[in-house]
Design a protein around this ligand. Structure first.
Ligand code: GLY
Length: 880
């Protein structure tokens, strides 16, 4: 395990304060869209292997049409593939997206048009976001450099095209800026973050400010083209290129502008950009001619009075005014980010429109049949009607922004709220199971696996000399052992002394009520015959036995509850880098630190983390639940960088197969059923637990077997842990690490046997109890805060006859003492008359005894037999 110090219940609280925004389960929209994308794109990439031709649209016969690397749309095809990978987590999409992305490499030097932002951000930007591969950084920075060559400080803008001839044929402009250019600014912000050089960002801000000043009308409809004098910066003309008329609102232009100002606000937090974005959103949402399905006509002003085209427009050519699905898709995606920057109360209308757009686009009216529509997802977009090109066709960028919007819908914070609602619903069903768990009080934890063979020493070096953490089960990370070398340990794994019955019986006799064993630890090695991965005790070792099955059966025989530990996030063999690089790429953009703790950065598997989840972790959890029907606990560990969606997926997988299984807090993201206050840590009384909790500790300092760690807890320390934890209301799970032969250390067996004897006598004061109003009285205060502290400072305690730990059950309070007073006179101050009236007192295992009670406490004299006890005693006190 582990090395967690503290846990906070962060996301849990969101549940209560974040209003529930969704009307229905909307995940179907997302699934439907991506299912279709997967089917269409699988056909498209199989059919089409020429990497110099980028799918763009379809001809009249539904055949895909292509474009070359110089075009503005080349990045969308790899971009679509990246979104499919993002959604499915299937590495085949990653691999094909990578291939297509890399085919655009040369474009980093392209200075011929402003669209290099579209091309490179949608391809390489996503590649970096989803792989974290830092080699993409240089390409993205160079692309931004190329784009910057078109920035003119006099104008304060990036030149979109090199020339723009007016439709009236009278003018040719040399410095046209189109509203679409707002979409290229995101690349500039990214380049500044990746390079640390503000030059790109500053240019983006200038460009947006110039656009805001010159490209909008008071109603926040935009001019498509503004032509500048490159020498003076003066505005020469405001016109359209692809819209209906110079003064009209071209639908996609509106969408580009909206999206661009949302990005501007994200990156600068300047309120004027938020205001611009909101005004553009309002223009779209509230437009009287926006159809009910919220997919706009290609221009909002077609055939309206006061809007006169100066290109060759013939109304008769259009029986109905074409819609533009691409404009709707871009708008939906922009709205779904914009709401993140708005007050909760303002969001609903925007969310509703986004949802309607996504539902419309997902309907048969706009979504293709499989195999049709040039193998794109969406139908009914418009390229440019004035240019008489691509009218009512699929367009690759419509697909791209549609998939992006679906991903945003999927990831939106109200989805998180929805997840937490669903989580709460499932968690509520476990009240009974959790109550039972809380009665148990004492359990055995077992860490066992291949790491028991090196036992803390690698190539003659102790772990402490190699790095940290120095717990034996982390040796692969600490010694940076390559996966193939570590896997060879399996050839030596033959623990001939392993006897499940002996271990379970030892736990039972020690007074333990449950057992949790590592079914798969961070090294990825399973202790059961997994059908999912052959790296397991049955198939990969000469031992050829199913250890988990044997322990499970033994627990059933001896009536101990059974649970498994499962390392769901860290898997050094198959779990890639536990999504470190990907998360880091995303965090870097937000100037957030990323913790690599536990990640395999020395020899990560080459698959993605998403495919590890899909192909190993989730299937293994399923097979464990299907095999061990009477499983009670699943102990996930070290969630690291896991997202809420990922934690939820594990929780729901468990719940769907067995709703009675309770899940440890370390599933991550506040989605555990019970809390774990830390490793080798006893929580303070002041800590408030909203869930049942379990303190965990090792017998020595390591969880897995470590040949040179002999600092075993003695009986007093074990009893202290148990009493301190139980009196505060928790469970204590005590860990052992059998050696490579399956032996349990002699002091462990000996001390557990003594502890069991004591517990048998005092069982009533421990099991099924709850905390009393006071947990402990007496002079001995010990704080055990973590593994390192205990290891460094040891356990120094001189318990006195004045130390008592309390529990309660029904009308009884139990007072437990570890030390018998020399004179036999017992004084319990907390049980003074002011606090409670004592009716009777019994010594457990002995019987009733006389007492006195006054304002100073409860007083009694122990009988001779108890005075000789080396293990203290427990009082059962009836209150009146
Ligand atoms: N940026 C070109 C278009 O939207 O058609």
């Amino acid at each position: 395990m582990i090395v967690f110090k503290y846990n906070l219940y962060v996301i849990y609280f969101l549940t209560f304060f974040y209003p529930f925004l969704l009307h229905a389960d909307t995940s179907d929209i997302v699934k439907k869209g991506f299912d279709l994308a997967e089917r269409q794109y699988a056909l498209l990439y199989q059919d089409h292997k020429d990497m110099s031709k980028y799918p763009r649209s379809a001809d009249r016969n539904g055949k895909t049409t292509f474009t070359d690397i110089r075009d503005w749309t080349g990045g969308f095809w790899p971009g679509c593939l990246w979104y499919v990978f993002d959604y499915t987590g299937d590495d085949k999409w990653r691999d094909v997206a990578l291939k297509w992305t890399n085919s655009l490499r040369q474009n980093q030097f392209n200075t011929n048009h402003h669209d290099i932002g579209f091309v490179m951000n949608c391809s390489y930007g996503n590649a970096y976001r989803l792989t974290g591969d830092t080699t993409f950084k240089a390409i993205l920075i160079q692309s931004a450099k190329s784009l910057l060559t078109r920035f003119n400080p006099k104008v304060g803008a990036i030149k979109s095209w090199d020339v723009f001839p007016s439709w009236d044929g009278k003018h040719t402009y040399e410095f046209p800026v189109i509203i679409d250019n707002m979409m290229n600014l995101e690349l500039l912000f990214l380049a500044s973050k990746l390079s640390g050089d503000p030059i790109y960002r500053n240019a983006a801000i200038r460009h947006a400010e110039t656009t805001l000043k010159n490209q909008y009308r008071p109603d926040f409809s935009s001019y498509h083209v503004v032509a500048y004098d490159p020498n003076t910066g003066a505005v020469l003309s405001k016109e359209t290129a692809q819209g209906f008329s110079d003064n009209s609102a071209w639908a996609r232009g509106q969408a580009w502008g909206l999206y661009g100002f949302v990005v501007m606000y994200r990156e600068t937090k300047d309120p004027k950009f938020l205001q611009a974005a909101q005004k553009m959103a309002e223009f779209y949402i509230k437009h009287p001619r926006l159809p009910q399905d919220k997919v706009p006509q290609w221009d909002f002003d077609v055939n309206q009075a006061g809007f006169v085209p100066n290109w060759n427009y013939r109304k008769a050519d259009f029986e109905t005014i074409p819609r533009d699905a691409s404009a709707a898709a871009v708008t939906a995606s922009a709205l779904l980010e914009l709401v993140d920057y708005m007050e909760t109360g303002q969001q609903q209308e925007y969310l509703d429109v986004a949802e309607i757009i996504l539902r419309s686009l997902g309907s048969p009216k706009y979504s293709s049949e499989v195999g049709a529509n040039g193998l794109f997802v969406l139908k009914h977009s418009v390229g440019s009607i004035p240019h008489k090109g691509e009218i009512d066709v699929p367009l690759v960028y419509a697909d791209y922004y549609y998939l992006e919007a679906l991903m945003r819908w999927n990831k939106r914070s109200h989805r998180l709220t929805q997840l937490m609602k669903q989580w709460q619903e499932m968690n509520r069903q476990k009240t009974r199971a959790l109550k039972d768990f809380q009665q148990q009080k004492f359990g055995l934890f077992i860490h066992w696996g291949l790491y028991a063979i090196p036992a803390g020493i690698w190539n003659g070096q102790k772990m402490e000399d190699l790095g940290s953490p120095s717990v034996a089960e982390w040796i692969q990370l600490v010694a940076k052992i390559p996966r193939s070398t570590y896997a060879k340990l399996a050839d030596q794994f033959s623990p001939q002394s392993f006897d499940a019955d002996k271990i379970v019986k030892m736990a039972k006799d020690a007074g333990m009520k449950y057992l949790v064993v590592t079914s798969k630890h961070h090294d990825g090695f399973a202790l059961y015959g997994s059908m999912v991965s052959s790296f397991n005790s049955e198939q990969a070792t000469p031992f050829k036995r199913d250890i988990i099955q044997e322990l499970y059966d033994a627990c059933l025989r001896h009536k101990l509850d059974f649970g498994v530990y499962y390392s769901h996030n860290i898997d050094w063999k198959d779990g890639s880098d536990a999504q470190y690089a990907v998360t880091k790429a995303q965090h870097d953009m937000l100037n957030k630190k990323t913790d690599a703790f536990g990640a395999n950065l020395w020899d990560p598997s080459t698959n993605s983390f998403a495919s590890y989840l899909n192909k190993k972790a989730i299937p293994q959890v399923k097979e464990i639940l299907q095999r061990f029907k009477k499983l009670k606990y699943i102990w996930f560990d070290m969630p690291g960088l896991m997202t809420a969606e990922q934690s939820f997926r594990f929780y729901k997988t468990v719940y769907d197969l067995n709703p009675n299984i309770i899940v440890s807090e370390r599933i991550g993201n506040g989605m555990g059923d019970y809390a774990i206050p830390g490793d080798n840590r006893i929580p303070d009384l002041s800590e408030h637990f909203t869930k049942p909790w379990e303190a965990i500790g090792t017998f020595n300092h390591s969880w897995g077997y470590k040949s040179y760690d002999h600092d075993w807890k003695d009986v007093d320390e074990l009893r202290y842990w148990l009493l301190e934890i139980v009196s505060k209301g928790g469970n204590y799970m005590l860990n052992i690490g059998p050696d490579a032969q399956g032996n349990v250390a002699t002091p462990v067996k000996k001390n557990l046997a003594i502890l069991g004897k004591w517990l048998r006598l005092n069982a009533e004061a421990v099991y099924g109890t709850s905390p009393w109003t006071i947990a402990h009285e007496g002079p001995t205060i010990i704080r055990i805060t973590d593994t390192e502290q205990r290891e460094k400072e040891g356990f120094k305690a001189a318990f006195t006859a004045s130390d008592f730990w309390f529990t309660q059950k029904k009308d009884f309070v139990y007072a437990m003492a570890l030390v018998v007073p020399k004179d036999g006179i017992v004084k319990v101050q907390s049980l003074n008359q002011n606090k409670a009236k004592v009716k009777s007192v019994e010594i457990l295992g002995f019987g009733r005894i006389d007492f006195q009670q006054d304002n100073h406490g409860l007083q009694l004299k122990l009988p001779k037999k108890i005075q000789n006890s080396s293990l203290g005693y427990a009082l059962k006190i009836k209150l009146g």
